[in-house]
Design a protein around this ligand. Structure first.
Ligand SMILES: Cc1cc2nc3c(=O)[nH]c(=O)nc-3n(C[C@H](O)[C@H](O)[C@H](O)COP(=O)(O)OP(=O)(O)OC[C@H]3O[C@@H](n4cnc5c(N)ncnc54)[C@H](O)[C@@H]3O)c2cc1C
Length: 361
């Protein structure tokens, strides 16, 4: 089994991953390639933590063994059964690359770099979840190794310290999707207008509003510096006409393999803090969200508003992601608290998988 100590070149990459804030600091990183090597890694002395892509790290390990699943790779598709068997270190990009030649798709999220196991552990809100349910709804089997070295096979994600080694999921027949990202002018009432415009959305379509504040930085192209970008992102299995929000851009059919270009999540590792709440309904408080998170706000944040419904329970996810540096994590967390406070009456609780960098119950 490959192992790396703090004095190796691989250590920094493996302990960090996509989230660069508060990396793991283990005595050793163990990188198994087989289930037997997972067992070997678990037998090493010390506390253990597991990391795949590092998108969802919430607590950093200090000392002990970090088990990196990044070399447990491989995706096998059974086109007839419409299933895929996925080794635990795979990302959704790996899965989509394997399924799309068969005109099949997983119920994956916006980013091809996100790890399959971490996403499914969080339930998995897919780009088409209003049509097909959550990622976890399509889970067929989970294989893993318990801390004392026993091999287990079950039909749901373990909530204990079992290390998942592979999953089997169901796929949907979907050669292409209809959608795109429309650029819309940002006004204080845009979130409320978006909420109204998507109230009668058919279940075949999943849409979200994203507001991105760009700093007034010379590192950015001049047309983006200091701007507040509004985007309505639409992914569907059929064509629809959205009420006009004054946007530019077109919606079109595109191969499922290109669906990730609609959200176009940043591919480069960086430091961020996130908060997300499930809301029963949107409230007049939505009007305050734009100013509180704009490029000139004390703590600028990316905001996303997603209507649920369809095959999911009714409700909304409102989330904030703040790039850290120069903003410190405590300032970002305080700003998130202030942002979500006016929604207290309609707040059903945190959406764990989007509460980046913070442990949730
Ligand atoms: C840019 C971006 C886009 C995202 N888009 C979506 C989206 O569209 N929909 C959505 O639902 N979520 C989305 N997420 C959230 C994402 O699903 C979670 O952050 C998830 O935890 C990431 O999983 P990971 O394996 O990539 O990350 P990691 O940080 O490697 O793992 C996350 C957690 O899972 C545990 N884990 C990983 N592998 C194993 C294993 N083999 N056995 C046991 N435990 C394991 C880790 O210990 C850790 O606690 C997004 C996140 C980011 C940063």
């Amino acid at each position: 089994m490959d192992t790396y100590g703090p004095d190796t070149a691989e250590y920094a990459t493996l302990t960090t991953g996509y989230q660069t804030n508060r990396p793991h600091r283990p005595d050793v990183v163990a990188v198994p390639r087989t289930v037997d090597e997972v067992r070997e890694a678990l037998a090493l002395d010390g506390p253990h933590a597991v990391q795949s892509s590092g998108h969802g790290r919430v607590a950093a390990l200090d000392g002990g063994v970090l088990l990196s699943t990044t070399r447990l790779t491989g995706v096998t598709v059974d086109p007839r059964a419409r299933t895929a068997r996925i080794a635990a270190g795979s990302t959704w990009g790996d899965v989509v690359a394997a399924t799309t030649p068969h005109s099949l798709a997983p119920v994956n999220g916006s980013s091809p770099g996100v790890g399959v196991v971490g996403y499914l552990r969080g339930g998995g809100f897919g780009i088409l979840s209003r049509a097909f349910g959550t990622g976890a709804d399509h889970l067929r089997a989970v294989e893993g190794v318990t801390p004392d070295g026993r091999a287990v096979r079950t039909d749901r994600m373990p909530t204990d310290a079992t290390v998942v080694t592979a999953v089997e999921i169901g796929l949907v027949e979907l050669p292409q999707v209809w959608g795109g990202a429309l650029t819309v002018p940002v006004t204080d009432d845009l979130p409320a207008r978006f909420a109204e415009a998507t109230a009668g959305l058919p279940p075949e379509v999943t849409a979200s509003l994203t507001l991105v504040p760009f700093p007034d930085s010379p590192d950015l192209p001049p047309h983006l510096r200091g701007t507040h970008l509004g985007q309505v992102r639409v992914v569907g299995t059929r064509e629809i006409t959205l009420p006009d929000l004054g946007g530019e851009g077109t919606l079109r059919w595109l191969p499922y393999a290109e669906a990730h270009t609609i959200h176009a999540d940043p591919p480069t590792p960086h430091a961020y803090a996130g908060e997300a709440r499930l809301l029963r309904t949107t409230a007049p408080a939505l009007d305050g969200v734009v100013a509180a998170t704009s490029p000139t706000a004390e703590v600028p944040s990316v905001i996303e508003l997603r209507p649920l419904g369809g095959t999911l329970a009714d409700g909304w996810i409102l989330r904030a992601v703040t790039a850290l540096d120069p903003v410190t994590e405590p300032r970002a967390r305080a700003a998130h608290e202030t942002l979500f406070a006016p929604f207290a009456d309609v707040d059903e609780g945190p959406v764990r998988t989007f509460c980046y960098g913070r442990p949730t119950p």
